[in-house]
Ligand binder design. Structure first.
Ligand code: AHR
Length: 502
């Protein structure tokens, strides 16, 4: 391989929105119960209200700015009213997404209090399956109203005088999916969501609304955007990359998300032209991750045990969001705890998965302004992967078709100018299984960097290496190297390089 990186510090793509490092907590598997909430507290890890303090700390270390709740598929048969008020009066209900029972011991008030402890903004997804517009308005009134009205007073009676001011509200979850309670076609959904958006805004004009999108490259996205563009602030995309154990497919999968973002950007432009709109509409990528539902089925709690290959895939995902900083303003890793998550808990502690470390490095270092970056290659046959980016079984599913994302470079990168404009930071993934590579990095004629580079590296000998309760094989190692114009990049490695401008 012979790639060269060219960065132009004068060419700014867009500010990196810190909300691209957001999270998602669904009533699914062990995410809420025994993940973030453990009121029995048999091992002293929870606070007086039952919140796991070790989990809170691990998430605080990820700087999570926004958390989506309560689903996911769960929300489409969720009655939010069951989850507020005295706990002993809250009904247990059958739960239709994951075929379990919901105790309702954790609900809206507990979620908001937890977000406050975390320092994150809540983002609520509405039930457009079994729920009515009346329920949705009642939920908004409960959360945000300062009036002397029924649901605002219910919140006060439950001990919360001040309105919560929940800013982000999603108009349903994956309404296009056959697994969704209340599945609709794009036209029916758009008509209904338009009316819901109108009424929600009448009650609280300050909220920001998210339309339910698909992959970003589906006809659903085109049809719904056309109708909903006048009334929404964000269009959502959901995509999981799947590998069936094939490393190359695993790490190249995020190319589909990049294509989806490009297509969605164009669809938004088109909807704005057709609707004569000047407002901003951007993407809320509110579910993304590596998830193989055969390996970790949703009905069994979707607990993935990630390896180094998955960590490199997550780093490639995050490179996509930085490169597309102009269009993606919120992205929520699905999910935050236990369920397809970078954090796994037991009653007595937690461990950080391999995927935790790239996420943390991005959340801390890849902030500021995304810069124009080009990976040049002189030997495309060596530097480029030309196989599929989804495994055959996914390619056969009509809802997850592969966009034209073949011919992807082994070396994947993004760059930012730090918020204080003193550093250039480069996130670099060498996705090749076996080939180390020497990577010259050019900063253009008008920028000079210091004689040292700070390196934050995530690497391990075997792609199959994992972390566990017994210890962490894959984590960040920090060092300082001398800088002479090229970086010696290990095979199957991720690193953030921090250069100081001089
Ligand atoms: O995150 C797990 C599930 O994946 C969510 O509930 C659903 O929205 C998606 O299909």
């Amino acid at each position: 391989m012979s790639p060269t990186i060219h960065i132009d510090p004068a060419r700014h793509v867009a500010p990196v929105d810190p909300r691209i490092y957001s999270g998602f907590t669904e009533h699914m598997g062990r995410c809420i119960y025994s993940g973030i909430y453990d009121p029995d507290n048999a091992h002293g890890l929870a606070d007086a209200n039952g919140y796991r303090t070790d989990v809170l700390q691990a998430l605080k270390d990820l700087n999570v700015p926004v958390v989506r709740y309560p689903g996911g598929n769960f929300v489409s048969s969720y009655r939010w009213q069951d989850g507020v008020g005295p706990k002993e009066l809250r009904p247990r209900r059958p739960e239709l997404a994951w075929l379990t029972e919901e105790s309702n011991q954790f609900g809206t008030d507990e979620f908001i209090a937890w977000c406050r402890l975390l320092g994150a903004e809540p983002y609520i997804c509405l039930n457009m399956g079994t729920g009515t517009l009346e329920d949705a308005l009642a939920w908004l009134e409960y959360c945000n109203s300062s009036a002397n009205t029924h649901y605002a007073n219910m919140r006060r009676k439950n001990g919360h005088e001040a309105p919560y001011g929940v800013k982000y509200w999603a108009l349903g979850n994956e309404i296009w999916g056959p697994w969704q309670v209340g599945q609709m076609d794009a036209v029916d959904y758009s008509k209904q969501a338009y009316q819901w958006a109108k009424a929600m805004r009448l009650l609280d004009p300050t909220i920001q609304l998210v339309s339910c999108g698909e992959t970003g490259f589906a006809d659903w996205d085109r049809v719904t955007l056309k109708t909903l563009a006048p009334v929404v602030d964000f269009h959502s995309i959901h995509l999981y990359t799947v590998s069936e154990g094939n490393h190359d497919v695993n790490v190249m999968g995020p190319a589909a998300a990049e294509k989806g973002l490009e297509i969605t950007k164009a669809l938004i432009e088109l909807a704005k032209i057709e609707g004569n709109l000047t407002k901003d509409i951007t993407v809320c990528f509110d579910e993304w991750n590596v998830w193989d539902p055969v390996r970790a089925p949703g009905e069994k709690g979707a607990e993935e045990h990630y390896d180094l290959s998955d960590a490199l895939a997550v780093a490639s995902w995050l490179n996509v969001f930085v490169r597309k900083a102009d269009i993606v303003k919120i992205a929520c890793i699905a999910q935050s705890v236990n369920v397809i998550s970078p954090i796994i808990t037991s009653p007595t502690g937690l461990f950080k998965q391999t995927t935790y470390y790239p996420l943390q490095l991005f959340a801390i270092l890849m902030q500021g302004t995304a810069l124009s970056l080009h990976v040049g290659v002189s030997t495309p046959e060596d530097d480029t992967y030309t196989g599929p980016t989804v495994p055959p079984f996914v390619a056969r599913l009509s809802v997850h078709t592969e966009p034209a994302a073949r011919a992807t470079k082994w070396l994947d990168a993004s760059a930012v100018l730090s918020p204080d404009k003193t550093q250039i930071r480069v996130a670099l993934v060498n996705r090749h299984k076996t080939a180390p590579v020497s990577v010259p990095i050019h900063f253009g004629p008008n920028a000079a960097v210091g004689a040292e580079v700070e390196v934050y590296e995530v690497w391990s000998g075997e792609l199959e290496d994992r972390n566990g309760f017994e210890g962490e094989k894959v984590k960040t190692v920090r060092r300082t190297d001398g800088w002479q114009g090229a970086y010696e990049c290990k095979e199957h490695s991720f690193q953030v390089l921090v250069f100081t401008l001089v």
